[in-house]
Write a protein of this length. Structure first.
Length: 255
C-alpha cells in the first residue's frame, strides 16, 4: 500500500498565527463572544472550508444549517428616507417596521435600494428612536437617495444561523453543516465545503454518488436530488446510507 503524507494545517492562516496554527478557536470549539469577524473564512489543506458564524438558536451536530430571518425585511414601500447625496456612507430611514431595531441588529446585512437598484453592505445601525434608524454602510452610495425611495434588507449568510427546516419551510436557505452541537447565542466555525458528516433523510436511503439537497420530509437532513424540490444541491454522497443514517458527503456550499 502506498504511503501518504498528511497534515491538518490551515492554508490561509485564518484563526491563528503561522503555519498549522488555529489559535483562538478551533473548528470543534464554540465561544460566547466573537473571536473573529462573522463570515471569516478558514480553509484546511484537505479541502474543508469553514465560515465563522453565529447561532440564533441551539443546533444539533451534523445537520444542515440555514440562514436565519432575524435581519430580513421584505420589500418595504412605507419608509421615509432622509435625503442623502451620492457619496454618503449613511442612510436614515423612518419606518414602523424598524421600530424594534436594536444597536447593530443589521450589521453585516445588505441594504437594497429598490428605487436606485443598488445594494450595500451594512456596517452598523443605531437603536430605533421613534421608528428612525440610521444605517452606516461600508461603501459610499453611488446614487443620491430621496425621501420616497423603497428598500429591502437581506441578512448576511452567517450573521444568524439556525437548524434548517424541510425544503419549502421557513428556514430552507442552507448555508452549511454543523460539525458539532452548537449552543444558542454562541459563535462557531460552520462547515461550507469539503468532506462533511451529515444526517440522511428518514424516508429514503441514499446511494453512493447521489447528488444531495435539503430533504422535503425530514428537517435539516439530506436526500437524493428531487427535481420537484426547489432547493439547491448541497453536495454529493461519498458513501451509501440507509434511512436516517449519518453519511460523509462532499459539501459544496462555498469555497
Amino acid at each position: 500500500m502506498a504511503t501518504y503524507k498528511n497534515h491538518n494545517y490551515t492554508i490561509n492562516r485564518v484563526g491563528g498565527e503561522g503555519k498549522g496554527s488555529r489559535a483562538g478557536q478551533g473548528i470543534y470549539a464554540e465561544s460566547s463572544t466573537p473571536k473573529f469577524a462573522i463570515g471569516e473564512k478558514l480553509e484546511l489543506g484537505d479541502g474543508r472550508v469553514f465560515r465563522y458564524a453565529y447561532a440564533s438558536a441551539a443546533i444539533n451536530a451534523s445537520l444542515l444549517v440555514s440562514q436565519d430571518s432575524v435581519q430580513l425585511i421584505p420589500s418595504d414601500t412605507n419608509g421615509t428616507f432622509t435625503a442623502a447625496s451620492a457619496g454618503a456612507t449613511s442612510i436614515t430611514v423612518s419606518d414602523s417596521t424598524l421600530g424594534s431595531a436594536t444597536k447593530d441588529l443589521y450589521a453585516g446585512a445588505y441594504f437594497g435600494n429598490l428605487t436606485n437598484k443598488e445594494s450595500y453592505r451594512i456596517k452598523s445601525n443605531t437603536v430605533a428612536a421613534s421608528n428612525i434608524v440610521t444605517f452606516t454602510l461600508y461603501d459610499p452610495i453611488v446614487t443620491a437617495v430621496t425621501s420616497s425611495d423603497d428598500y429591502v434588507i437581506t441578512g448576511g449568510l452567517y450573521n444568524g444561523t439556525i437548524t434548517a427546516t424541510v425544503a419549502g419551510g421557513s428556514y430552507d436557505r442552507v448555508v452549511g453543516v454543523s460539525p458539532f452541537a452548537i449552543t444558542s447565542g454562541y459563535y462557531f466555525w460552520l462547515q461550507t465545503a469539503g468532506v462533511a458528516f451529515v444526517l440522511g433523510d428518514a424516508a429514503a436511503s441514499i446511494a453512493l454518488g447521489d447528488q444531495l439537497q435539503l430533504s422535503d420530509s425530514t428537517a435539516a437532513c439530506v436526500q437524493e436530488e428531487d427535481t420537484g424540490v426547489d432547493t439547491i444541491i448541497v453536495g454529493q454522497a461519498l458513501q451509501a446510507g440507509g434511512n436516517s443514517a449519518y453519511i460523509h458527503v462532499r459539501l459544496n456550499l462555498g469555497v
